[in-house]
Design a protein around this ligand. Structure first.
Ligand SMILES: C[S@@+](CC[C@H](N)C(=O)[O-])C[C@H]1O[C@@H](n2cnc3c(N)ncnc32)[C@H](O)[C@@H]1O
Ligand SMILES: [Zn+2]
Ligand SMILES: [Zn+2]
Length: 306
């Protein structure tokens, strides 16, 4: 696949006083100095003669890179910015919630605009709706032996140790909830580098039939999921926004009928809600659980399902 050209203008366009020759292999203009009054450096003066007649234009799909005008049609077929076919498990806004709850501006009014009577009515409604709900939040900071060595490794700095403690606590909680076991599929929401799944995998090193689905909307560098390829566990990364993810359509869940355990660490509050709700709604039939550690100040969603 053709790599997108660099984004900086000094790479997308020739620099003043430098050679105007476009080095196709490097996807940028040559950086050699051109003699005063010349457009090309000594190296490219000859080949530039014939290239000179070809015009480079901005890619219509992404103006951050340029293409030869006469090769535009070919480029559009393989440009990285072209719309790619959506996978089966993509259903637009399937987890976006009811539109009328959030998107009808007329219904969104500030509390300060309500009369005393309207406010009292609202408070009554909220009290009634939350009756019987156990809304007290309790911290369950735990640990897990799988992370023991890493936690005691003096080469790990404060930041690494902070994350390790959080991962250890999540593993401890999943274990306490009896969710850490064989023959199931862990779905890590907002996986980033996939480290939480990595530790779950270490903790379950002797367990059979363990699958991991790592859901992450952005391309991520320094992923750790690739490290597990030789083992029995299966790691699959889905680059998709949770908002559009239909878990039931992910082949391993459709075919394997594996119970699903949703896990996550530091996923933003809204996404945590969607992930938790989503695990519940789309995987309930298969028996499941969810353990989400939201970022500080977000609404907590530590859920156990049986
Ligand atoms: C604060 S990072 C945490 C990463 C990792 N879980 C950790 O604890 O190191 C949050 C991650 O969630 C991803 N994320 C946030 N909202 C998402 C959504 N709606 N769908 C998919 N990924 C999402 C972000 O791209 C980011 O990688
Ligand atoms: Zn040159
Ligand atoms: Zn392009």
């Amino acid at each position: 696949m053709e790599a997108p050209a660099a984004t900086s203008p000094s790479i997308g366009f020739p620099i003043d006083g430098r050679c105007n020759y476009f080095v196709e292999k490097k996807k940028r203009f040559c950086r050699m100095v051109a003699a005063a009054g010349k457009r090309f450096c000594g190296e490219h003066a000859g080949s530039a003669e014939e290239e000179n007649t070809r015009k480079r234009i901005l890619c219509p799909l992404d103006p951050k890179h340029t293409v030869y005008e006469d090769q535009l049609a070919k480029h559009l077929k393989k440009c990285n910015s072209r719309e790619k076919p959506k996978p089966d498990f993509f259903i637009q806004d399937i987890n976006a919630g009811l539109k009328d709850e959030t998107e009808i501006p007329e219904q969104l009014v500030p509390f300060s605009s309500l009369s005393e009577e309207q406010l009292e009515n609202l408070i009554k409604k909220l009290r009634k709706a939350s009756e019987g709900l156990n809304s007290t939040h309790e911290d369950h900071i735990m640990s897990h032996p799988a992370l023991h060595d890493a936690l005691n490794d003096p080469r790990n700095g404060d930041c690494a140790v902070k994350h390790l403690k959080q991962q250890a606590s999540i593993l401890g909680n999943i274990e306490k909830l009896k969710l850490l076991g064989p023959r199931r599929c862990f779905v890590e929401f907002g996986a980033g580098k996939g480290k939480l799944s990595h530790w779950v995998d270490i903790a379950l090193k002797d367990a059979e039939n363990v699958h991991f689905i790592l859901v992450e909307r952005v391309t991520t560098r320094f992923k750790v999921d690739g490290k597990h390829r030789k083992k029995d566990s299966v790691f699959e990364r889905l680059q998709i926004d949770i908002q559009h993810l239909c878990l039931n359509r992910v082949p391993v869940l459709r075919e394997g009928r594996l119970p699903v355990v949703g896990i996550g660490k530091h996923l933003c509050g809204v996404a945590t809600g969607k992930a938790a709700g989503h695990t519940v709604t789309s995987a309930l039939a298969q028996g499941a659980g969810a353990c989400m550690a939201p970022p500080p100040r977000a609404v907590c969603a530590l859920i156990e399902l049986t």
